[in-house]
Design a protein around this ligand. Structure first.
Ligand code: SF4
Length: 223
């Protein structure tokens, strides 16, 4: 068989090293699971003899080494949309357990994280946007190195932009402090609208570098 396959972003599938099989990451908002869903994931993986099941760095469960004709049926049986390798858009929001469980947390990451995910997941953007929330400055969800990082403090949320943990690790810059949940949602809308309007075809951090942080800040905070 000729090995010329490519990623299929509309199916959320990435071609593997053998250039023949694929990986998919079913969409599980916030990586929050219950026993029924977990069992379903296991049953479907077993039925399709999925080569590797792997918990990803974004708190999802990836199915690796599947055939192209298995992508649709697997997602259908799971009753889930694709949640990874989805191209240029807002990716699934990552968050730590926050104050529903962690004694160090200042804020409720689950509630706000799910709201952000519901409002913005898969919003088309000039390049991919990764958003992460941590309930306190320990930043267990690596919020300091995401395009948008939201961190709980005693007085509200600290909002960082332009971080990355790729080839060049860069900490996000503090755009605003002491925000409420509503203010975080509004600011996220402003930033994504501005990013789309400028249509700068690189990650948010590069846009900020290109414009200068103060100019970017002025633009997104002016309302
Ligand atoms: S970031 Fe803070 S609140 Fe979240 S799990 Fe880590 S220690 Fe707990």
């Amino acid at each position: 068989m000729e090995k010329t396959r490519e990623n299929i972003p509309e199916k959320g599938a990435a071609v593997q090293k053998d250039m023949e099989n694929y990986a998919i990451i079913p969409y599980i908002p916030g990586g929050l699971l219950d026993p029924v869903t977990l069992r379903k994931l296991a049953d479907v993986a077993e039925k399709y003899q999925v080569k590797h099941l792997k918990v990803t760095s974004e708190h999802r469960i990836g199915f690796y080494g599947i055939r192209e004709d298995q992508i649709g049926p697997i997602l259908e049986e799971l009753e889930m949309e694709p949640g990874g390798f989805t191209g240029k858009c807002v990716r699934g929001v990552k968050f730590c357990i926050g104050n529903t469980s962690c004694k160090k947390a200042y804020q409720n990451t689950l509630e706000l994280g799910l709201k952000i995910d519901e409002n913005f997941h898969k919003t088309p953007t000039p390049d991919k946007v990764k958003i992460s929330l941590s309930g306190c400055p320990n930043s267990c969800a690596e919020s300091k190195v995401r395009d948008i990082g939201i961190i709980g403090t005693p007085k509200g949320w600290r909002y960082l932009v332009g971080g990355t943990c790729g080839l060049q690790v860069k900490e996000g810059k503090v755009l605003a402090k002491n925000l409420s949940d509503e203010e975080v949602l509004d600011l996220t809308t402003e930033i994504l609208d501005y990013y789309k309007k400028i249509d700068f075809k690189k990650r948010l951090g590069y846009l900020i570098e290109n414009e200068g942080f103060e100019t970017f800040k002025e633009e997104v905070l002016k309302k």
